[in-house]
Unconditional design. Structure first.
Lengths: 103, 321
């Protein structure tokens, strides 16, 4: 069973340009990734849009493994800002889960 | 055991917030490269190193430690390390003392400044007032710390009357050109990479070079900022032939460098793959980003020589002293 948090996508959007709605789930991003099949942006974005917070967090290592090299984004047929979305997921995790900047 | 992401990012964020750089450096380390160049302080146009070249010897030392910690029980104590580092700057103990490496990277900055002087560009330098751009914290998504820092950097430029900034590496270029304006209202600095500045000038070769050089495009220059033709025209004008490797220009392959601090093992795998693609194309490779340079050098076999592009450009365009 996947627990959902209906506000998750909104929380991720806070202060970022997270925009994954255009993803057509084609898998070009994973096919082109220099890291190979370790990284599945389409899956991460789907979890985020569904509000599957636990699933997002299970993939923390993948989210922080992205090179942000934009090989996928530059060739995405749907024009999804993939690197920016990955950065938005990092920003959400650092701010709301890790609380990295807490003084 | 994987490195604890939260604690590693936490240490980098604490350093940036409290000490102005992800890895604090001494004044000697940050400004020593400019010795003897007589660059004036400040002015409307400044060269901005963003400390990237100066940081590489320390980043290499950090990567060495991280590689040892990755998979080791010691990684459990990085959280404790963060707490200690808030009080005592651990970088001084762990990352100090690589003067030979520092000298090499200082030499690259020296060459870049000489190239700009040869091209007739009038510029100043902010010396000890310069801060790191915060690029790594932005990439890792520590936005509140990053934004606070970016505003501090911008304020230093404004307080010193700077209007035009010449950047020296892709990460700093992208930060100042594209990222800062998103977070700072009224941002009005004109930003250009030194490669763009040189390519705009009618530079005459002081001594023509010969041979083949393989270009490794930086992902950030090529895909973020579209800087692809400028290094090619400068090297071709110097007399060099430029065979293109598998994946180049907009399709360039990452060097793995962005993973160095959190996943050194994965960083090495990506770098080895890229170094292999470059080696298949030629034995002389140039990079135009200090992170690409360091990461590819570590992964390449000894038959390939990887240099910063400034080395070839200075040999071709700067008159011999």
């Amino acid at each position: 069973m996947i627990k959902t948090d209906y506000d998750l996508a909104e929380k991720i959007k806070t202060g970022t340009d997270f925009n994954a709605a255009a993803c057509i789930n084609c898998g070009s991003c994973t096919a082109l990734c220099p890291l190979g099949i370790e990284l599945h942006p389409r899956m991460l974005f789907r979890y985020a849009l569904m509000g599957a917070r636990d699933k997002v967090m299970e993939n923390t290592e993948e989210i922080f493994s992205c090179l942000l090299c934009k090989m996928c984004e530059d060739n995405c047929p749907a024009g999804v800002p993939i690197a920016g979305n990955i950065r938005a997921l990092r920003s959400y995790i650092n701010r709301d889960v890790f609380r990295v900047a807490k003084r | 055991m994987a490195l604890p992401i939260r604690d590693v990012i936490g240490i980098l964020a604490d350093n940036l917030d409290r000490r102005g750089s992800v890895i604090p450096l001494s004044m000697r380390q940050t400004t020593g490269w400019a010795d003897g160049l007589k660059i004036p302080f400040g002015g409307e146009t400044v060269i901005y190193t963003g400390l990237m070249y100066q940081l590489i010897p320390s980043i290499e030392a950090l990567a060495g430690w991280m590689e040892k910690f990755e998979g080791s029980w010691i990684s459990r104590f990085i959280g404790l390390g963060r707490a200690v580092n808030r009080v005592i700057n651990l970088s001084w103990f762990l990352l100090a003392g690589r003067p030979e490496e520092q000298k090499k990277y200082d030499g690259m900055l020296h060459d870049i400044a000489r190239l700009l002087m040869t091209a007739g560009v009038k510029f100043g330098y902010l010396y000890g007032k310069e801060l790191y751009s915060g690029a790594l914290l932005y990439d890792e998504g520590v936005d509140d710390v990053f934004v606070r820092h970016a505003r501090r950097v911008y304020r230093i430029f404004k307080d010193n009357g700077v209007k035009h900034v010449i950047t020296l590496d892709p990460h700093t270029t992208d930060m100042l050109k594209t990222v800062y304006p998103k977070f700072i209202s009224g941002y009005d600095l004109e930003v250009k990479s030194y490669l763009e500045v040189l390519a705009e000038r009618d530079l005459q070769c002081a001594s023509k070079l010969d041979g083949d050089v393989v270009i490794h495009d930086s992902c950030v220059y090529a895909r973020y900022d579209g800087i692809i033709d400028q290094p090619r025209s400068l090297l071709a004008n110097a007399g060099l032939k430029l065979p293109e490797p598998e994946l180049s220009g907009r399709l360039t392959h990452c060097c793995g460098g962005p993973l160095e601090s959190l996943f050194p093992g994965k960083a090495r795998q990506v770098a080895s793959k890229r170094a292999g693609q470059l080696a298949e194309c030629g034995q002389q490779v140039v990079a135009m980003c200090p992170i690409c340079l360091a990461n590819l050098k570590r992964a390449a076999d000894s038959s390939v020589e990887i240099s910063d592009i400034s080395r070839f450009l200075a040999r071709a365009y700067c008159p011999m002293d």
